[in-house]
Design a protein around this ligand. Sequence first.
Ligand code: AHG
Ligand code: MN
Ligand code: MN
Ligand code: MN
Length: 335
Amino acid sequence: MAKINQSLGEFIIENQSEFKYSSGELSRLINSIRLAAKVVNHKVNKAGLVDILGTAGNHNVQGEDQQKLDVFANEVFINTLTNREIVCGIASEEEDDFITIKGRNQKNDNKYVVLMDPLDGSSNIDVNVSVGTIFSIFRRITPSGTPVTIDDFLQPGINQVAAGYIVYGTSTMIVYTTGHGVNGFTLNPAIGTYYLSHPNMKFPEDGHIYSVNEGNYVHFPQGVKDYIKYCQKEEDDRPYTSRYIGSLVSDFHRNMIKGGIYIYPNTSKDPNGKLRLLYECNPMAMIAEQAGGKASNGFEDILNIKPTSLHQRVPFFCGSTKMVEKAEEFMKKSQ
Ligand code: AHG
Ligand code: MN
Ligand code: MN
Ligand code: MN
């Protein structure tokens, strides 16, 4: 039972028995993410005062300019996760390939793989707009005692045992699920503790906000163009409000609280869209579904997609169930 004023540490211990595999390792893993998030939060809050703004001067495997904070957050999360005997592999938006962690005595007997977007919304860092971190956790499927392989990372999202995000916003929050609903914790920076502030979060079934980069309108598929026109039409409870921050984490977080839909479709320039299935869409889809929302690629549920490569991109429609279903209807009609 959720208690306000309960700290994240207390919550993890109290709810440990709900985990499908309750050996305590998943709790320790969430704990280490909580710790890394505090370190990144500290740096994000000082951006502008310390030398953390701007580009790092290199490109990542996605073809993007790496920001200094992308590199910093990537290192902090990888180091924090590696130093604990829980994770056997990590894949990150900022790494070309997955990282193998042999663990204690080089035994390769740790159970979990973590996939992450260490810093989401990095184009917003320099302008003091909210950014985030996204993580996705699976149990490995290859036998314990052997090094992880690509197959451990290319599991469909439905296999996730936990997923979450951190939003470094007006306040810093961790929102996560282990498959038993979604809970949100807000950091009290004075004492460095996260408290349960948003117990049992629920996506409103319907909403009035649509979030899409309309600058790309001419490149959108006809179904998305038609859905946007539908959102803008003066009829029933429409037109809807348009809100787009350009940080998936922040756009998703707002829509989960207020009711809305986030769309990053395929475009004529990017036939698979922009967002990454493993680091962004799968974890957000698990959180959305656990909160009663929906996530699809316009035609099928994100969590059912069997990934074929680490940095795979996918069109993303995510949010209030009725809104996502409506958008899917327009996609189908225009086929
Ligand atoms: P990242 O900063 O991790 O590369 O992710 C950026 C993503 C996502 O956060 C955001 O919603 C989207 O890219 C914005 O893309 P556009 O600028 O093309 O709208
Ligand atoms: Mn990026
Ligand atoms: Mn991202
Ligand atoms: Mn990123």
